[in-house]
Ligand binder design. Sequence first.
Ligand SMILES: Nc1ncnc2c1ncn2[C@@H]1O[C@H](COP(=O)(O)OP(=O)(O)OP(=O)(O)O)[C@@H](O)[C@H]1O
Ligand SMILES: [Mg+2]
Length: 247
Amino acid sequence: MTAPAVTGTRGGALAIDALTVGYGGAPVLHGVGFDLAPGEVVALLGANGAGKTTLLRTIAGLVAPASGDIRLDGRDLTALRTEDRARRGLALVPEGQSVVAELTVDENLHLGALWRHRGAARERAVADVYEMFEPLARRRTSAGHQLSGGERQMLALGRALVADPVLLALDEPSLGLAPLVVAHLMSTLRDAASSRGLTVLLAEQNVTSALSIADRGIVLDLGRVVADASAAALAADDTLRHAYLGF
Ligand SMILES: Nc1ncnc2c1ncn2[C@@H]1O[C@H](COP(=O)(O)OP(=O)(O)OP(=O)(O)O)[C@@H](O)[C@H]1O
Ligand SMILES: [Mg+2]
């Protein structure tokens, strides 16, 4: 079945269907399926080992599924390489504040814009990120290794944004950051998503922070979707929170 291409928005509709993924042994994702609407911010929740990272890496094309498919705006991505998925507007911010430590903030951002923009458009994309993340603008000549954890995570996010993705997947961006820094990062992410009409899939162990900016949440347990509901409904569901989210 081919979903119709989305019109009237920047796109970013993601459809995951019956995705089964393993690492050679038994599968770790078992028939996972869900849809994201364009512009929706969705938290991907679940305990350690639930399969969040595996799912994001499969969407980005870093892990090949055994079966199932992944569509972006109706187009099947499953057979495409990671670079070709990125060209279609898919960006992954992996776990661990990944930036190039030897390059400056400005060089890191230009690197992110390299294949997507040229000349003036590239400068505008970088300038937009500085406007969104003031701490980065102040540190534009600092090397990646000189930044705080929070600044590095902002740079990793900024580097993904300069390529103007339609779908942004993030793997635990709050990991290791102080609560105030997490709060700032989350609100900036929400603002970026709203102002750009970006679809966001946010894998987080920090359930409260993720649900505070998400429209919806999907809970994985042992590689299966066990809940898919509005952020408000998930936050209010004590039984579900105790069973799968540990609080
Ligand atoms: N490269 C790999 N090779 C073999 N098994 C793996 C590999 N990566 C993950 N796994 C296994 O797949 C399952 C899901 O792991 P995954 O990292 O996707 O979970 P997660 O939800 O991201 O967990 P966490 O919250 O700890 O980041 C786990 O049982 C894990 O041990
Ligand atoms: Mg993970």
